[in-house]
Design a protein around this ligand. Structure first.
Ligand code: 9FE
Ligand code: 9FE
Length: 159
C-alpha cells in the first residue's frame, strides 16, 4: 500500500495545490493531505476551515484524505506509515529550498520526497498571492476552487 503525504498550509487551497494532489492521487494508492497547524504564523483561515475546504474540494478523489499535523513532518510520516512526500515544483526557484528540506527529511527518517512539476497554468500561483490580490478586490476566480472563492470573499469582508 503506497501511501504518500502532500503537506502544506493550504491557506487557502488553490487550483495549483489541487493539480498536485490529483496527480499524486493518480500515482499512489493513498494520498494524505496534511494541513500544518502553525501557531506562530497568522493564517487567514483556521486549521478547521482549511481542512474543511480541502475535504470539500477533494471529495471526488476516493484515495485522498485530509488530516492535520504539527511539529516535524517526518514524525507525522513515521506515525502514519508514510514513506514519501509529494511536493509541487512551480519553477526552478522552488527547487533549492525543496532540495534542502528533502535531504533533511531523508536524513532524519529515510522519508523520500517526490516532485510533481505543476501545470504551467498555475506556476505563478501561491496562497499568499491569491489572498493579496483578493484583498485589493482583484479577480481570483479560476485560480481557486469555486467553494474556496466564496469563503475567501466572505472572510475578507470580515477583515
Ligand atoms: O500550502 C502550502 O503551503 C504548500 C507549500 C508548498 C507546496 N508544494 N506542493 C504543495 Br501541494 C504545496 C503546498
Ligand atoms: O501556495 C503556496 O505557497 C505554494 C508554494 C510552493 C508550491 N510548490 N508547488 C505548489 Br502547487 C506550491 C504552492
Amino acid at each position: 500500500m503506497a501511501r504518500v503525504v502532500c503537506p502544506g498550509s493550504f491557506d487557502p487551497v488553490t487550483n495549483g495545490h489541487l493539480d498536485v494532489i490529483s496527480r499524486a492521487a493518480s500515482l499512489h494508492d493513498e494520498v494524505v493531505v496534511a494541513v500544518l497547524i502553525n501557531i506562530t504564523k497568522k493564517s487567514l483561515f483556521t486549521t478547521d476551515e482549511r481542512v474543511d475546504m480541502l475535504r470539500e474540494v477533494t471529495k471526488d478523489y476516493p484515495n485522498v484524505r485530509v488530516e492535520r499535523f504539527h511539529g516535524l513532518l517526518v514524525n507525522f510520516c513515521t506515525d502514519n506509515g508514510i514513506h514519501a512526500i509529494v511536493k509541487g515544483l512551480r519553477a526552478v526557484s522552488d527547487f533549492e529550498y525543496e532540495m534542502q528540506m528533502a535531504q533533511m527529511n531523508y536524513r532524519l527518517a529515510k522519508v523520500e520526497t517526490l516532485f510533481v512539476t505543476t501545470n504551467p497554468t498555475y506556476s505563478f500561483l501561491s496562497s499568499s498571492l491569491v489572498k493579496e490580490i483578493a484583498t485589493y478586490g482583484g479577480d481570483v476566480s479560476g485560480l481557486v476552487p469555486e467553494p474556496v472563492l466564496g469563503r475567501l470573499k466572505a472572510r475578507l469582508k470580515e477583515e
